[in-house]
Write a protein that binds this ligand. Structure first.
Ligand code: NAD
Ligand code: UGA
Length: 312
């Protein structure tokens, strides 16, 4: 059996995906350069189980420095999750990292993908390509990102489309909506809320807490990502969301019920680039990928809470 390539394999979603693939019997080659956006030690920890598996091989390499050809020759398909995430830190000088790791790295990989017979090239896009939408959003909605991060994710998604259109590279882009669960990145809201609760520190909410997100559990995202690889669809874009719109104040209530701990909430000014609401219409993913999110927020947040509690 040929292997799958997972880029960004040491990250939150990439490591969860690679574990699921290896546990299901697929050989995986993983690439990650362990950027210091957050602690590289945390990323090595994400790989702990994988590094002991016979069917897993790890390359600590930057996609912009590596020659992808020998790797792509070996694999059946590519899961391209490497990237510079984070909406709020994509302003100013830091934009260079977004440009390199989201746009240039994707273009380099796609150029190489032209030369190989791949089953699929699945790209981890983002709900941030839409910008502000007031209701449940369909894939054909006009994309008007309001953060520099969103611009780079949209550019990379468009590159995926045009390499399919011009060269037949079998790309599919998945617009993930705010992913959470064990291994969540430490800059993300749920991680920060739980961390503050466990330390009895104040929880900072940017804005009035009425902003809403379609939070999506990581195992559901992984399921959709594997389905995209195994499906017959190419050249398409899909929303991958959890199916429920939830505001941050309600999240505090759920966390209180889960933990029994009393939150100390501090409200600060909202960040430029943060959208007010996201909600995915996932009808297309249901129809063409057979994807249904399975994990409700109460279950998923409990899993993340227990993971952070045991990790601290
Ligand atoms: P993450 O930061 O935990 O994982 C990304 C990994 O990519 C990191 O380990 C990093 O070291 C690696 N990387 C970055 N640039 C690289 C390069 N040039 N070469 C090799 N490795 C490189 O982030 P995540 O939350 O797991 O997100 C994974 C992907 O999904 C990203 O592309 C992100 O934009 C996208 N996404 C995430 C979310 C979310 O809510 N977490 C939502 C939408 C889209
Ligand atoms: C998340 C990811 O971080 C992006 O990488 C991803 O591309 C995006 O989802 C997506 O769906 O495409 P975001 O929705 O901003 O971005 O998710 P969080 O970082 O978890 O923030 C959610 C909300 O909580 C935002 O309004 C943010 O301002 C707020 N927040 C965050 C706080 O109020 N306090 C905090 O300490 C952190």
């Amino acid at each position: 059996m040929k292997a799958y390539l997972v880029t960004g394999v040491a990250g939150f979603i990439g490591s969860t995906l690679a574990e699921r693939l290896v546990r299901s019997g697929y050989p995986v080659i993983g690439v990650d350069c362990l950027t210091d956006y957050y602690s590289p030690e945390r990323k090595v920890k994400n790989l702990r189980w994988l590094l002991h598996q016979r069917h897993f091989r790890f390359h600590r390499e930057d996609l912009l420095k590596l020659d992808p050809d020998p790797l792509l020759k070996e694999v059946e398909g590519v899961f391209h999750l490497a990237g510079q995430p984070g909406v709020r830190s994509s302003w100013g000088q830091d934009f260079t990292g977004y440009l390199h790791n989201n746009i240039l790295a994707t273009q380099t990989l796609l150029e190489s993908a032209r030369k190989h017979e791949l089953r699929k090239f699945v790209y981890a896009s983002s709900s941030s390509v839409y910008g502000n939408c007031n209701s449940s959003v369909l894939e054909e909605q006009l994309c008007q990102p309001v953060s520099p991060y969103g611009v780079t994710k949209l550019a990379a998604e468009q590159l995926c489309y045009l390499y399919w259109y011009n060269y037949g590279v079998p790309t599919v882009s998945l617009r993930y909506f705010t992913v959470y669960g064990p291994r969540q990145r430490p800059d993300m809201a749920f991680y920060r809320f739980i961390d503050a609760l466990l330390r009895d520190d104040p929880i900072t909410i940017y804005g009035d807490g009425n902003q809403t997100r379609d939070f999506t559990y990581v195992d559901d995202v992984v399921e959709a990502t594997i389905r995209a690889m195994e499906s017959d669809v190419v050249g398409e874009t899909f929303n991958i969301g959890g199916g429920r719109s939830l505001d941050l104040n309600t999240v505090q209530d759920i966390l209180h019920q889960i933990s029994g701990l009393e939150p100390h909430l501090v409200y600060e000014a909202p960040f430029q680039g943060d959208v007010q609401s996201t909600l995915a219409n996932t009808e297309k993913a249901r129809r063409l990928l057979g994807f249904y999110p399975r994990t409700c927020i109460e279950e998923g947040l409990l899993e993340q809470y227990l993971w952070q509690k045991n990790d601290s």
